[in-house]
Design a protein around this ligand. Structure first.
Ligand SMILES: Cc1ncc(COP(=O)(O)O)c(C=O)c1O
Length: 291
């Protein structure tokens, strides 16, 4: 039997979704005053790259001046406990930590204690057909990196820029958005990083463009080097992307997702290219190595 289970720190229990409740005075709800990580398990319940996810969570906490309420080991144990309660072969896991509940008001000292919520639900990857067909993407200009106050390099509960970008992409008939910064650089997807084969070279936007340092981005760079296609960090502008022979997105929950169209124009031949195919095979082998 597979199911969704939720750990809620204020209940100190793993419960069914219907019983998973937090206060409406929780600052995660009031202000998006929270940090989170999304990951998947493999090999029968082992969270993929758990250590790197918890390191990034710690950095995100530092970025918003919030100490993690538990050690990373204790958080890892709670994730294992939540997954174990689901009965799932593999889970999609979302770990959230908010600054906690308190009287309304911005002052962060108003919260009593951070709230931890962990959702584990059956892992539902995109269909093979989606990987074969690839995504249609839309370039969306956001001022997140240049004008925004929140560092895109930390993973907070504030995803409004990305939600609005995705909404725009969908309104234009796309499946996903590619975010273009005020400096005119392609930074990342709405919930993913971007790679492109440009003039035969695999590249990914450099962190200075203003993006989340994806765990999968790092893993893919390591795997790409292994198979002789090292990926360098570059400035990627929409014009360069338009000339790319291959483009793909990376994230913990979708792995390597091909992009076959940008703003209605095919990428390369409009089919998944050889570098993407080779890397996907290598990535699947890496996931299988968790067994
Ligand atoms: C904005 C953004 N960029 C990139 C990523 C990919 O990161 P990861 O590979 O760690 O899942 C995500 C994942 O959620 C994201 O939200």
């Amino acid at each position: 039997m597979s199911s969704t289970k939720v750990y809620v720190s204020t209940l100190d229990a793993v419960v069914d979704p219907a019983d998973a409740k937090v206060s409406v005075f929780d600052r995660g709800f009031l202000y998006g005053d929270s940090i989170y990580e999304t990951m998947r398990t493999a090999g029968g319940g082992r969270p993929v790259e758990l250590e790197r996810h918890l390191q990034r969570l710690t950095r995100s906490g530092e970025g918003i001046f919030m100490d993690l309420p538990l050690t990373t080991d204790a958080l890892g144990e709670l994730i294992a406990r939540t997954h174990a309660a689901t009965g799932n072969d593999e889970s999609y896991v979302r770990l959230m930590i908010t600054r906690g509940a308190g009287p309304i008001g911005l002052d962060p000292r108003k919260s009593d204690a951070p709230t931890i919520v962990i959702v584990a639900q059956p892992l539902a990857l995109p269909s093979e057909e989606t990987y074969r067909r690839g995504l249609r993407t839309v370039l969306v200009h956001v001022d997140k990196a240049g004008g925004g106050l929140i560092d895109p390099g930390i993973k907070t509960g504030n995803y409004l820029s990305n939600i609005i970008a995705l909404r725009e992409a969908i309104a234009k008939g796309g499946d996903d958005a590619l975010l273009v910064t005020s400096a005119g650089e392609v930074a990342e997807g709405a919930t993913s990083n971007v790679f492109a084969v440009i003039e035969g070279e695999l590249c990914t936007p450099h962190l200075r463009a203003g993006l989340l340092a994806g765990i999968t981005r790092q893993v893919v760079r390591e795997l790409a080097a292994d198979i002789g296609h090292p990926a360098k960090e570059c400035v990627v502008r929409p014009q360069a992307l338009a000339s790319a022979s291959e483009v793909f997105l990376t994230s913990s929950v979708r792995g390597i997702m091909p992009v076959t169209a940008i703003d209605g124009t095919s990428v390369g031949a409009g089919e998944v290219g050889p570098v993407t195919t080779a890397l996907r095979a290598r990535y699947e082998a890496y996931i299988a190595s968790y067994g």
